[in-house]
Design a protein around this ligand. Structure first.
Ligand code: S6P
Ligand code: ZN
Length: 183
């Protein structure tokens, strides 16, 4: 049996050979415009890794009825007072839902509906988060160690990054006297 190791998961089924695992890294330079404090961002090393994603894509993108799985490792850090976070996105097929679950470390899942209402759920090892359709999602690492979480989403969900790139989230998770606070 093939055993393929991607960060914290062993695939032991013969169907899951790992050949369909796509790995990507986001460095600070890929996150231009994401953080509020431009001055702090400007002084930081743009080669610094913020997160890695290993995605397991057993069917072609856009296939109806399939599922994708991914593991994200988000490093600890801040840009000014704002925690390192993922870009965040809506799904292109906007009603597609997703599960996230915490594997290692601490942070928050930040959610925003189409009316721009924002709320957050604490992530920790074993936490489970259902992200309904039409809800944008991003994750912030509020701890001092890496935050690892997994995701499972429909293979025809797609990613709409443009809406967030244009308008952002209506609230940001920042360190206010050591307390993660949505502002
Ligand atoms: C995919 C899923 C995750 C994210 C990953 C990075 O639908 O939500 O695998 O892709 O956490 O976040 P982002 O917002 O940069 O894609
Ligand atoms: Zn998603």
């Amino acid at each position: 049996t093939n055993k393929v190791f991607i960060p914290e998961v062993f695939f032991t089924n013969d169907c899951l050979t790992g050949e369909d695992v796509v790995k990507s890294t986001r460095v600070l330079g890929d996150l231009d415009g994401v953080f509020q404090d431009k001055e702090a961002y400007g002084k930081m090393n743009k080669e610094q890794a913020v997160y890695h994603v290993s995605s397991y894509l057993p069917v072609l993108e856009n296939t109806p009825g399939g599922l994708f799985m991914g593991i994200t490792t988000l490093y600890p850090g801040k840009v000014g007072q704002e925690y390192f976070m993922t870009k965040g996105h809506f799904h292109s097929n906007s009603d597609r839902a997703e599960f996230y679950w915490g594997v290692e470390g601490e942070g928050f899942l930040i959610l925003m509906d189409e009316r721009r209402n924002v709320w957050a759920e604490r992530m920790f090892p074993g936490s489970l988060h259902y992200i309904p359709g039409k809800v944008a999602h991003r994750v912030a690492n509020t701890g001092y160690q890496k935050l690892v979480f997994s995701a499972c989403w429909p293979s025809d969900a797609g990613h709409d990054y443009a809406t967030i790139a244009d308008a952002g989230f209506a609230r940001r998770l920042v360190d206010v006297n050591g307390v993660p606070t949505l502002v």
